[in-house]
Design a protein around this ligand. Structure first.
Ligand code: FAD
Length: 432
């Protein structure tokens, strides 16, 4: 049923019911705030993604009380490259579980949005937010929204102005509100591109997330190695998600490469063992690709009544292209700051509390993402990629470190020698 115009104001308006928006809406509702979650599509829409959830993402889902018992589980990474194959189980850690998950985004995003609604968030689907509403002083005080054209059940009947004390842009890589508010993406941060497809596979019960490190930009063995990896992992129901992602240190470097990633996927598939059954006949649905905004490429994450969450704030990891864990975490941190602000009695106090959100993001990910930018600058050289693959993979301890570093699976405090080493590294560099 569509909302009447009179209902259209809230303490917080969250734009986009992906992982970032639904996590924010869930935590906001649990903290007692009146929250309106606006999504332009219908629940259960497809989303271009690898569907992989590392232990860091599982931790956030547990914090939200999401029931994941029926979801596809995995034990760790199987890394293949340079003639080597290595299994790296997810380690049992104080703050992280020893398993990952995979869930098709059509289902994951539907589950999370419904979870937020069950917690008390007002969810409206079929509502496209077109612009921020801005006061004379330049503060974002709401949004303009229209019923999504051709939506089967538009959540509003007519174009509407929705007012709110705080607006969160969780609208994904397009970051429509952020862009309209003048927050352009940085041209100096890494940008990734990834492409994926689903296949029916006889190996769809495989318990490992397979990563293949040899991606060629032309004929295998006779062209350059691309910085990135290909993946195959089970998402349940007899299906595997198959894809590849590559990264460049800047958007300009990414477009200078001029690579057709679907063609790279096609060539790469020819070298995947036949046992996976990744044939055209087994493909289900379309091959789709999208950009990965990385390493905080859009800032500030809070100013003038507008917060940026998830891909809208460029939160994808430059280490592995993962963005769901970060989106869920951003939702939680944004909600915590919003709830603190709501309890303040002065405008200055509220602003101070809201500024805790970007500060918390920097504390959690700032140094880590600076390291990620250095990592991308290194692996951009095909020779570095070649040497790492050939000589790094056989070294088990080194690979345990690499797995923790790349999957954000390291303890921020305490932990083992590897955790301490990564903590030291992230403290030695300035925040991203
Ligand atoms: C091929 C590929 C593979 C990937 N694989 C993985 C992986 O395996 N694991 C992982 O962790 N990450 C992966 N990622 C990254 C991950 O998909 C994103 O980082 C993640 O989806 C970010 O979540 P979000 O909530 O910020 O944005 P999104 O998931 O993009 O959600 C944004 C939502 O906002 C809605 N919206 C947008 N504009 C408006 C508007 N104007 N009005 C109303 N609603 C709007 C959209 O419909 C959407 O539902 C992959 C990305 C790609 C491209």
């Amino acid at each position: 049923m569509a909302a009447a115009a009179g209902d259209l104001s809230a303490d917080v308006v969250v734009v986009g019911a992906g992982p970032a928006g639904s996590a924010a809406a869930y935590h906001l509702a649990r903290l007692g705030l009146d929250v309106l979650l606006l999504e332009r599509q219908e629940l259960g829409r497809d989303k271009v993604c690898g569907d992989g959830l590392t232990p860091a993402a599982v931790r956030e889902l547990v914090r939200m009380g999401v029931d994941t018992s029926a979801w596809q589980r995995n034990r760790g990474l199987r890394v293949i490259g340079g003639g080597h194959q290595l299994h790296i189980p997810w380690p049992e850690q104080r703050s992280l579980p020893s398993y990952g998950l995979a869930r098709r985004r059509a289902e994951l995003d539907r589950d999370l949005a419904q979870h937020a609604a069950a917690a008390g968030a007002r969810l409206l689907t079929g509502v496209t937010v077109t612009a921020p509403v801005t006061s004379a002083a330049g503060r974002v005080t709401g949004v303009e929204a229209v019923p999504t054209p051709r939506s089967p059940e538009p959540g509003i009947e007519a174009p509407a102005t929705i007012s709110a004390g705080l607006v969160m842009d969780a609208g994904g890589v397009s970051a429509r509100l952020a862009t309209a508010a003048g927050r352009a993406k940085s041209e100096r941060r890494p940008l990734g591109v990834a492409v994926r497809a689903y296949f029916r596979s006889p190996r769809a019960d495989d318990a490992w997330m397979e990563s293949r490190l040899e991606l060629w930009d032309g004929p295998a063995g006779r062209s350059d190695l691309l910085p990135g990896y290909g993946w195959i992992w089970s998402v349940g129901d007899g299906l595997v998600n198959v894809g590849l992602g590559s990264v460049a240190s800047t958007p300009a470097a990414a477009s200078a490469r001029g690579i057709d990633y679907r063609a790279v996927l096609g060539r790469w598939l020819e070298h995947v063992p036949a046992a996976w059954g990744l044939t055209p006949d087994n493909r289900v649905g379309r091959i789709a690709s999208a950009a990965l905004p990385m390493a905080f490429n859009r800032k500030p994450h809070y100013a003038d009544g507008l917060m940026l969450l998830g891909d809208a704030g460029g939160m994808v990891s430059p280490f592995n292209g993962e963005g769901i864990a970060q989106a869920l975490m951003a939702g939680r941190l944004a909600a915590e700051a919003a709830a603190q602000a709501a309890a303040r009695t002065t405008a200055a106090g509220r602003e101070l509390a809201l500024s805790q959100y970007p500060a918390a993001l920097e504390a959690q990910m700032g140094g880590y993402y600076t390291l990620g930018r250095i990592f991308v600058a290194l692996i951009e050289h095909p020779e570095v990629m070649r040497v790492c693959t050939r000589y790094g993979l056989p070294r088990k301890r080194l690979m345990r470190l690499v797995a923790k570093l790349l999957s954000d699976g390291w303890e921020r405090r305490g932990g083992d020698g590897i955790d301490h080493f990564i903590q030291l590294l992230t403290r030695m560099v300035p925040a991203a």
